[in-house]
Design a binder for this molecule. Sequence first.
Ligand code: ARG
Length: 559
Amino acid sequence: MDSRISQIVKQLFAVDVAVHLTRPNSEFGDYATNVALTLASQLGMNPRVIAEKIADELHKTDNSVAAEVAGPGFINLRVSAKYLADALQSAWSDDYGSNNNGAGKTVVVEYPSPNMAKPYSVGHLRPGNQGWAVKRLMEVTGWKVITDNHLGDYGAPFGIWVTGFLHFSSEETLAKDGVYELGRVYIATKKALKDEQERGETALADEVQAWLIKLEQGDEQAKDFSLRFNKISLEHIHRVMDRLKISTDYELGEAFFAARGKAAVQRLLDDGVAVKNDDNSIIVPLEEYGFEVPLLVQKSNGAALYATTDLATILYREENWHPDRVIYCVGAEQQFYFTQLFAMAKKLGIKTDLYHLWFGTIDQKNDDGTRAKMSSRKGVVLMEELLNQAEAKARQVVGERTVSDDDIAKIALGAIKFSDFTSDRRTNILFDWDSIFALTGFSGPYIQYAAVRVNKILHDITAGDGDRADYDYTAEKVVIAKLLDYPETVQLAARDLEPHKVATYLYELARDLNRYYETTRIDESTSGARRARIELLAKVSQVFTHGLGLLGIEVPSQM
Ligand code: ARG
């Protein structure tokens, strides 16, 4: 209908205009447009007059549309349910919701990029959830997507691990507890380092540095430690990512880029882009980009740091993948760092759109009512423990019903992941077990349940071959209009990199569907109506699967 109105405008006023339809409050109509207002100054006409002319022309040519002019020149449109059903039918396809806007373009999406020294914690839940959703959004909008897990596998943690292991651990405990022992050692060593610093001593800190240097120089023992610890840690990361049902094409971590980074820094020095300080540290000044603070790209002792490896990462991706855009899914704490990093890239002449997709923290309500970053009595919340707890919760939710372990895992993940999308990603989210599993609220399980219910209806009732040609779809109008909104929802979510828009949409679809069931019985209808209804529900089911899939959530077979 938007294109029909464009046509009318062209015919009446001889101008080209893109008509955008919005969805007003249902008492005003099904759709609305302010095209008359936008044309008013261009045409030098009263917008109401323009609107009246468009409305008249619509009435003359299309008897399934009722147009009404409101206010200064809005056009409210009411269409028949049948008209919408036909529109849906012609827009429909097997990948309804997907589009090709990004065709020919390549995007690198980087997530969840956890750090090796410690067990996977809830701190890397959002990078994984948001990253996966953004990857899916890019894929269904036609982009070529390359995903990369930028592991934190280099730098101080390695030195801390080895020093800590030699002082505070043993082969037996390491064999028994794996990454959790490495995590414990890491924390214990950090504490010992802090105590030492307070005493004004440096023995332990020197040891940490010595191991780092050894590793850089290729010392055999250091390499052996590094390989073993990394293996333990990486196996753990993969186990957790498997449970989260996320994966990446590449896993090029900081370690991969350390030497490349130092070589790149040397080139920047040679080219005069970077500057060596008196203490031998190397910086890239960024004053011309509005930063008083330069970016430190090499430490005074010659060691590579975070920015060194990120510099090499940018160059490597440019050279090998030629992306149009790179999306870094990393928390809000690193905002300043990334604006500096991207300014440096500009200074190097890199034109790629580098985008820091940031998000807030996951908070919890403490017993005393205060709100704080999520933690447990033992410290950080471990991802594996959180998933175990979520699965136990999911079991409680399904109660007596027999539900497979596989479905339980899907419900648990659905609850956890969806909570990440209940508001704009930039806001801090409040993690609360009851609301994320609420079967009546804005939750993953609520939508999964709606999807399971549709699928059950589709399984139990056959459409038959009744004649649906005369069916008027009045009862289904709201649901049909909602389905028609889906492609634009996906388009906007992808354009703004805001997966929560899909979450909100799915919630509204589930809600509209539940209202529909309250008024309409699928199985007691005449054969034509039944066929029309079942075919519509099959479309709803497809959209649930597609939309939840964008959020990394699967539809259980039962719940
Ligand atoms: N490992 C880092 C962290 O957990 C995130 C890495 C982000 N990516 C990057 N290219 N710097 O904080």
